[in-house]
Design a protein around this ligand. Structure first.
Ligand SMILES: [Zn+2]
Length: 154
């Protein structure tokens, strides 16, 4: 058997190969983290707080990473300070086009950790220490709720 230019079959190192596409569509549930995603789509910051040690995480954890205690919800102001940022060209998951994005690390007011997120601003506006807040809800909403995790300068 031989493979011509119009055939999907080809030879690679003497072995017959074929390029196949795979598409998978399914419904993804957010379970007990749904309140976080709903709040994010509304432009609100909902963190987790450990009732045992007081650790506050954003994004939230259902169980405290320090002591394993089940956490509770705690609203944050949605404001914080940019600690670092970088610019990268990429296509976001479920996105259509590749373009430049600014990604940053934010120390949110009231949180014990830092959050990695997109920053919607001109790079010239940014430097470590700049105050930022969660962006208001986008219309239409992003293809995945976590893509609403965007900060803007205050
Ligand atoms: Zn704890």
């Amino acid at each position: 058997m031989s493979a011509d230019a119009a055939s999907p079959l080809s030879q690679a190192a003497g072995n017959l190969v074929v390029d196949l596409g795979l598409s998978l569509s399914y419904r993804h549930g957010f379970g007990d983290l749904s309140p976080f995603f709903k709040a994010l789509l509304e432009g609100r910051a909902l963190a987790s707080r450990c009732p045992a040690c007081g650790d506050v995480r954003y994004p939230p954890r259902l169980v405290c990473p320090r002591d394993g205690t089940a956490t509770q919800w705690q609203a944050l102001s949605g404001e914080g300070s940019l600690t670092a940022f970088t610019i990268g060209r990429c296509r976001l998951p479920l996105g259509q086009d590749e373009r430049d994005h600014i990604f940053g690390e934010v120390a949110m007011d009231g949180a014990s950790n830092r959050v990695f997120a997109r920053i919607a601003a001109a790079a010239e506006q940014l430097q470590p220490g700049v105050r930022v807040r969660l962006a208001p809800p986008a219309a239409p909403p992003p293809p995945h709720p976590i893509q609403a995790l965007i900060f803007i300068p205050i």
